[in-house]
Design a protein around this ligand. Sequence first.
Ligand SMILES: [Zn+2]
Length: 113
Amino acid sequence: MKYEGSCHCGRIAFEVEGEIADVFDCNCSICRRKAMIMWAVPRAAFQLTTSPDAVSTYTFNTHSIQHSFCAHCGVSVFGQGERPQPMTAVNLRCVPSVDLAALQVTHVDGAKF
Ligand SMILES: [Zn+2]
């Protein structure tokens, strides 16, 4: 299944392919503030369909995760990490075709990591 998503203004748009599973939210210092619902996919399953120039990134602590957002509308669209393998965590709130209320969401205790 292929899904299309974007930030609010559309400067960042993407396609992601796969069966939605392993959906999580997290209570770490950034996720709790951004209220994202994340779906982790292998990097190859995720593709930007707009220019990478529109993507701003934020890192903190160990700087191992790139938290990507749109500097124009402020929406956090995805995050990327390299461990244990190159992954993209897509914010499913940016995918209009997904029924958020129907998702099985795992609550990750990221505050303790
Ligand atoms: Zn935007």
